[in-house]
Write a protein that binds this ligand. Sequence first.
Ligand SMILES: Nc1nc2c(ncn2[C@@H]2O[C@H](COP(=O)(O)OP(=O)(O)OP(=O)(O)O)[C@@H](O)[C@H]2O)c(=O)[nH]1
Ligand SMILES: [Mg+2]
Ligand SMILES: [Zn+2]
Length: 352
Amino acid sequence: MNLTELGWDEHFEKSFAGLGDAQAFPARVASDYGTSYLILTERGDRPAEAARGGSLASGLTRPAVGDWVAARERPNAPTQILALLDRRGAFVRKAPGKATAPQVLAANVDWAFLICGLDGDFSPRRIERYLTLTWESGATPVVVLNKADLCDDAQTRMREAEEVAMGAPVHVISAATGNGLGELQPYLACGKTAVLLGSSGTGKSTLVNALMGRTVQETQAVREDDSRGRHTTTRRELMPLPSRALLIDTPGMRELQLWASEESIEETFDDIRALAVGCRFRDCTHEQEPGCAVRQAIDEGFLSDARFNGYRKLKREAQYLARAQDRSAQLAEKARWRRIAMDVRRIEKGKR
Ligand SMILES: Nc1nc2c(ncn2[C@@H]2O[C@H](COP(=O)(O)OP(=O)(O)OP(=O)(O)O)[C@@H](O)[C@H]2O)c(=O)[nH]1
Ligand SMILES: [Mg+2]
Ligand SMILES: [Zn+2]
């Protein structure tokens, strides 16, 4: 595969040239095994390891699936990842668990296919959450309603999805029967990267297999009582498609906690943003203020309570995250001053 087929462009070229390392060559991260990676290069696929220590070890700067990196071959040792090339964008969530740490799900993505099942899975609130994640990532969202063959009323669901999609395209497909797959082809052009996101069991891997034209990903039936999936896919993986686009399959997420700014939420809720222009106070929170145009729209039935509550929930999450980040920044600052104070004391002691 040549670099263009892998998604290379001037942006990465510039970042790579900036390193000025004549021994290095560009590579794209296809899988992340924790301590090692699979990378795709012009010379073929390679297992690789990140250079120890330095900035590639953790957090936002650890290479993730979809990342472009600079690598070099070593005699009698795995290929080494030397540096992360500047990202065009990334899907970041709050890592599961208590700590407020970011986790990169995928980088340098053009299209985000937000896959919802037209069985028991369908939820406009979840679509809003994934849309917010996508606006933050720099990718363009495409809502995909799968399992059309199981739904008598796909048209109604499509309208419901369009209401929250705010202009993002909505496609109704069946990965199992192949219906509607043609609608996705325009996105899957040579060198474009698409990621599949959605709950477990929505048919992401089934769609991968359908687009590949052969079985490359394992799939598994959902639970009959509640349509929930069984978390069949366990790692994120980038795969070249026959159309020469790159497709990233991901495991269905149990909890998608955002690592998003309030701006991305405003972008998702463009209708609320437009309404808020009419509020009496510029910093109106749409809770109790007089002259609130958002409240008025709810009272008059133009904006649903459910959608407004979804908006509030995401806003609260973003505000919590901002506070937590401020707090950890404060703690780091305190620790820095404590170290400085200790150094000063040591120096003073030495003088005596
Ligand atoms: N009827 C029907 N079943 C489908 C369709 N797409 C997927 N399925 C079924 O849904 C089940 C789950 O599909 P998977 O592809 O494993 O789902 P997934 O999203 O990859 O799930 P995780 O890997 O757990 O995140 C499988 O039994 C599929 O056969 C569809 O269009 N119609
Ligand atoms: Mg899967
Ligand atoms: Zn208001």
